[in-house]
Design a protein around this ligand. Structure first.
Ligand code: 4AD
Ligand code: MG
Length: 445
């Protein structure tokens, strides 16, 4: 019996006889030679078959085996600098081959099909090298998120997905029938974490989040994953310091641990290497000035039109994209107009039309990856805001209560996993960063 190993550990087994369990990714050959590219979930390796060294039936089987057939291979590991694969540089000199199941004609060839076809075949598309690399980056992003928070004193809280009221505004709520009562899928766990900080100090929740957004952009999903840290006794400045440490940790972890996947994705990592605190900080007002200057100087009428914005308006993708092009690392934009943000944000001292909010915009045009704020800690003001937004006060009774028993300044933010992964991996559309994405037009598979 030889030892079964994962391809990612092949470098530890040079000159040993090993077994691999995987699937056929690609096969070529000529005359007495056959090259099988075999993947096993941890990597891809080239398996070489040389006719004179093998029984006839094994070599013939190798010629017939179809793409994506499941197979078990035995052979000797050789260091071969020219061998392709992930990681490259090793190959398997095959001595035995067993086909577990012969695959039917495989329908997915990423280079030949459009995204719509590929999305319909998402259950198969995820086997392709680029999708595989991307979802491995995602897993590392998720782990690095937890690692940083867990090792910096944050306690993980699970917050409910079924909720009695809006957290982020009423226009993007998914309503469901809960035994005859309307309830909503969570848009955020934040409001619950504003309760848990009073028990634990620093907390986070991390889970699926729902927005009934009718936006068909490359940045919007209807179901996405968000991590939301919340901190007692923390103001807006303190929170930005937390955010930049946190985001830098996540990026550096991917650079360290997923180098080969970033290579597969052909990601230029120079920009990512620069993601080290401190990040630049500009106010909303300054951002507007910068946008006005771009409008002034551009000759492109379409760009000019897409950047039109008055004081008070929220940024759309074009605004964020142009702003981030001016910085070589993520940039904080703080102090948005109160009217375009959620009800719970603390007003700017002496300027109530502005709130203590901050978004972090990722470079290279990726735009907003986090949104956060200092929260209103005064009870009367909070109640006024709940009325302003015509939210049902009764559903928020518990939330208002928090301002009655030891209220303190506190702040928190939410980071969207898919947008963060798209940026780090250099992928255009967030839908590829989920194994099974949900968008306005995507519910199958
Ligand atoms: O800015 P948002 O809406 O903020 C909140 O939900 C706050 N309650 C967070 C907090 O303070 N605890 O969302 C935060 C982040 C965005 O910056 C973005 O990365 C992501 O969540 N996000 C989406 N990602 C994909 N598709 C969507 N429809 C998204 N909406 C928000
Ligand atoms: Mg936001």
């Amino acid at each position: 019996m030889t030892k079964t190993i994962p391809i990612e550990e092949i470098h530890c087994h040079v000159d040993e006889e090993v077994t691999l369990q995987g699937w056929l990714y690609h096969s070529t050959g000529k005359g007495k030679l056959r090259f099988l590219q075999v993947r096993d979930g941890t990597g891809i390796v080239q398996a070489v078959m040389f006719r004179p060294n093998l029984p006839d039936d094994v070599f013939e089987l190798a010629k017939r085996v179809t793409q994506e057939s499941s197979l078990v291979l035995t052979g000797r590991v050789k260091a071969e600098p020219r061998a392709p694969g992930v990681p490259g540089g090793y190959e398997l000199d095959v001595t035995g081959l067993e086909v577990v199941q012969t695959a039917e004609e495989y329908p997915v060839t990423p280079t030949e099909h459009g995204v719509e076809f590929l999305m319909e075949h998402r259950h198969l598309w995820i086997r392709s090298k680029k999708q595989w690399a991307l979802l491995r980056v995602r897993a590392t992003v998720m782990r690095a998120i937890r690692d940083w928070l867990d090792s910096n004193g944050y306690v993980e809280m699970t917050t409910p997905i079924l909720t009695p009221a809006a957290g982020e505004g009423t226009t993007t709520l998914f309503e469901i029938d809960y035994f005859g009562q309307p309830v909503y899928l969570a848009q955020t766990g934040q409001l619950y974490n504003e309760a848990t900080i009073y028990a634990f100090g620093k907390v986070y929740c991390f889970g699926p989040t729902f927005r009934a957004e009718k936006s068909k952009t490359r940045r919007h999903l209807t179901e996405f994953w968000m991590v939301e840290p919340e901190i007692a006794y923390c103001d807006l400045d303190g929170m930005m310091e937390v955010e930049e440490q946190f985001v830098a940790h996540v990026v550096q972890a991917v650079l360290r641990e997923r180098k080969q996947e970033l290579d597969v994705l052909e990601r230029d990592t120079d920009g990512l290497e620069r993601v080290i605190p401190p990040f630049p900080r500009i106010s909303y007002d300054e951002a507007l000035d910068r946008l006005a200057a771009i409008r002034q100087s551009t000759e492109d009428p379409e760009l000019k039109a897409s950047l039109a914005i008055e004081w008070g308006g929220d940024f759309g993708s074009p605004h964020e994209t142009e702003l981030t092009k001016q910085f070589d690392r993520p940039v904080f934009v703080y102090g948005y107009p109160t009217a375009c943000k959620a009800f719970y944000m603390e007003p700017w001292p002496g300027r109530p039309e502005v709130c203590k909010s901050v978004d972090l915009l990722a470079p290279e045009g990726y735009g907003e990856i986090t949104g956060g704020s200092e929260r209103i800690s005064d009870r009367a003001l909070l109640v006024e805001r709940i009325h302003r937004d015509r939210l049902p006060e009764a559903a928020f009774r518990w939330y208002i209560d928090l301002r009655r028993y030891g209220s303190v300044p506190h702040s928190g933010f939410g980071l969207g996993v898919e947008r963060t992964v798209a940026w780090i991996a250099g992928i255009h559309h967030v839908r590829e960063t989920e194994p099974f994405p949900r968008t306005l037009g995507q519910m199958y598979p």
